[in-house]
Design a protein around this ligand. Structure first.
Ligand code: SAM
Length: 239
């Protein structure tokens, strides 16, 4: 694995362990369904014996790789080493489908390190709201490095807007609706979406509701869009 400086900022409990991250997300969202759909949209290589080259930016625990075709040549970048360790463990245990897999501890804004050879697909799953307001610059840059870009972003990031999947998460979300902003901020920092890389203030400024996210995708020249419960998938294709 390539060496890279990892973030030394404080991370929430959810972002300290890949096991916890996967568990929490499966309570909050219909995660398997979402990644099954993303896996289908990524597709497979049409040429027998060849691979479909995929770059997953930022890959997190690489849950997507459980739902990919074996012909996918998977590369994932993330700054969270604990997540990448979970991804590698899942690979060793045979939980991930691709035959070829590479992960790098890497900042997705290290534009100089983007692959020289164009990827078939770049995936951004749940990352744009973390890097707000640099999300548009990131996608526009990635367009030079892939034939297709698949984005999946939530339009609900505040508890009051999330339709939690599991009843325990629904109860927790319901209770957080009554919390003042400053307490909610503490919850985010210690328990929830604090990745230790991007600040609460920039993440929580994500301004897109369902309509706004659709407009953002249109402005990025994304022609195909699919709605999930709390998220919107968009596919940009090179012309
Ligand atoms: C919400 S998670 C999404 C992970 C994964 N794509 C998924 O769908 O589960 C956001 C991820 O972005 C990573 N991240 C945030 N900023 C990053 C950056 N500048 N470079 C690399 N990874 C970053 C975090 O470590 C975290 O794993």
């Amino acid at each position: 694995m390539a060496q890279e400086t990892t973030s030394k900022m404080f991370r929430s409990l959810t972002y300290r362990s890949g096991h916890v991250y996967n568990f929490v997300n499966q309570l909050l969202y219909d995660w398997k369904k979402k990644f099954m759909i993303l896996g289908k949209l990524v597709g497979k290589s049409e040429i027998p014996g060849s691979t479909l080259k995929l770059l997953d930016l930022s890959c997190g625990t690489g849950f997507l790789a459980r739902f990919l075709d074996p012909s996918v040549d998977y590369e994932g970048w993330d700054l969270n080493e604990a997540f990448l360790n979970k991804l590698k463990l899942d690979w060793e245990k045979g939980r991930l489908k691709p035959k070829k897999l590479k992960v790098r501890v890497k900042n997705i804004f290290d534009y100089d390190d983007y692959p020289k050879e164009k990827k078939d697909v770049i995936v951004f799953s749940g990352i744009l709201h973390h890097v707000y307001p640099k999300h548009i610059e990131l996608v526009e840059h990635a367009k030079h490095y892939a034939k297709r870009i698949i984005i999946c972003e939530p339009y609900a990031i505040k508890p009051k807007d999330i339709n939690a999947h599991d009843w325990t998460a629904r109860l927790f979300i319901f209770l957080t609706k009554f919390l003042p902003e400053r307490i909610y901020k503490q919850l985010d920092i210690f328990l929830a979406d604090n990745d230790g890389i991007n600040s609460y203030d920039s993440r929580s400024a994500w301004p897109y509701d369902k309509k706004g996210l659709r407009e953002l995708y249109i402005s990025l020249d994304i022609k195909k869009r699919y709605s999930l419960v709390d998220e919107l998938i968009g596919i940009w294709e090179e012309t």
